[in-house]
Write a protein of this length. Structure first.
Length: 451
């Protein structure tokens, strides 16, 4: 029996199993779901055993469990470490879901549920691909290890230590991850760069109390005015970040990379129509694709203070707040960027105001050379199944553990994703196009065999 026939004959069974897993509300950010996290990890451990994996272990952490498994019976062959995560995002707002987020439903050949594409559905492909190879061949063409966590959606706080402490156990020739996207239907892509991340909170205060705007207006500093003035110094009019040294470790985009990114053939006019925008915005001199995948950013994610209720309250607020995140590329170091940003904020604090800064998340950017033989083999596998060669892209998002795994284990990372950009990951009505469930299984089998 060939693989296409095998997967076709077992499709309903496989999808039923995936839906069973998707019913477990494994929301890592909410403490009320801690039992569900354990249940989701145990469910996966059972499926890994049933698939033929060995040494299946559930490692308890200070947070949620990490799973390890392996199948090491291919002497002299490469070892591939499969990484993924079984935790999912919260589901709010519930009223925007067409069907309950943890009651999976197939509509128009799309599987709707929280976690369908990020990342349970994509991770499940690897479990079933390995199971299929063992059933049809009796052995795997390579050695395989799996490291699956339950905290990716909360920045993997316990996985970093696990990787450091178990570097020998996790030793491999490459990491294989399916947690990224295709460009579109039948338009495969291999991600060769993920932006890093850092974030901070800014708290600005003026007087020791809110003040009546009639009595004090025009004579005392206003915290909201001061914060707006401060935040306006963070960018120039042409979209560049105006923080000293921000671009020091940002490499120029090579002509080759710009040409590869242009292969995405991104329709900026269509994006404007879809988003109801008159114009796009960003750093001058770069296309939308370059700005959102290969250039660093500084974004305001929240600005608040003063009266927020209905009607008017004539008050001069004593405090105002902002939340800021940066996406990083190249060799930008998140701690260095946070320190530069904090210095800028304190140096540009308006007269009469005081600021405090709380530094938060930090994650390093990741990049890899697309000419590496293993990435070319991944491209061959995509081309064989999808009928077209994938584009090597830069992804604007962040998966901080990718850089950590690559650096600590000193191995390349193959980001072979099967999601689509319109699948609402992190949003209501998350779903997974099942044509990529089918093709993903075949692509993974083809890739492992090619190694």
């Amino acid at each position: 029996m060939d693989y296409q026939t095998y997967f076709s004959e077992n499709r309903e069974k496989h999808l039923a199993e995936l839906q069973e897993w998707l019913r477990i509300p494994s929301i890592s950010a909410l403490s009320a779901h801690k039992p569900d996290m354990q249940k989701a990890a145990s469910w996966l451990a059972d499926k890994l055993l049933a698939a033929g994996m060995e040494h299946v272990e559930i490692h308890q952490t200070a947070g949620h469990p990490i799973l390890y498994a392996d199948h090491l019976h291919a002497p002299g062959k490469p070892t591939i470490l499969v990484y993924g995560h079984y935790d999912v995002q919260p589901v709010d707002p519930l009223n925007l879901w067409q069907s309950p987020p943890f009651e999976p439903e197939i509509r128009d050949n799309k599987l709707y549920a929280r976690g369908a594409t990020d990342d349970k559905g994509q991770l499940f492909l690897h479990v079933k691909a390995l199971e299929a190879i063992l059933k049809l061949e009796g052995k795997l063409p390579v050695n395989v290890k799996l490291c699956i966590e339950g905290e990716e959606e909360i920045t993997s706080p316990n996985l970093y230590g696990f990787v450091d402490e178990n570097s020998d156990k996790l030793a491999a020739d490459a990491v294989l991850i399916s947690d990224t996207e295709l460009l579109g239907p039948d338009k495969p892509a291999i991600c060769t760069g993920l932006r890093g991340l850092c974030s901070l909170d800014v708290d600005l205060t003026t007087a020791n109390t809110d003040l009546h705007s009639g009595t004090f207006g025009g004579g005392v500093p206003n915290a909201l005015h001061a914060l707006v003035e401060l935040l306006s110094t963070l960018h120039t009019a042409d979209g560049r970040v105006n923080v000293a040294g921000f671009y020091d470790d940002v490499p120029d985009l090579s002509p080759e990379m710009r040409a590869e990114l242009a292969r995405k053939e991104f329709d900026e006019e269509a994006l404007k129509r879809d988003l109801g925008l008159d114009e796009l915005f960003g750093e001058a001199g770069y296309t939308y694709v370059e700005r959102t995948g290969a250039r660093p950013t500084l974004e305001l994610n929240g600005v608040y203070g003063g009266f927020q209720g209905e009607g008017t309250k004539t008050v001069i607020p004593k405090e105002a707040h902002a939340k800021i995140t940066c996406r990083l590329v190249g060799r930008q170091d998140p701690q260095d960027i946070l320190d530069k940003l904090e210095r800028h904020i304190k140096a540009h604090t308006p007269v009469g105001a005081k600021v405090s800064v709380l530094q938060r998340e930090k994650g390093n950017p990741f990049t890899i050379d697309p000419s590496l033989p293993i990435l070319q083999k991944a491209a061959d596998a995509f081309e064989h199944v999808y009928g077209t060669r994938p584009v090597f892209t830069k992804d604007g998002g962040s998966i901080p553990i990718v850089e950590n795994m690559s650096r600590v284990l000193n191995i390349p990372v193959v980001l072979m994703g099967f999601g689509l950009p319109d699948e609402n990951l992190h949003a209501p009505n998350e779903h997974f196009h099942l044509e990529n469930f089918d093709k993903g299984l075949q692509t993974i089998v083809r890739f492992l065999d090619s190694l």
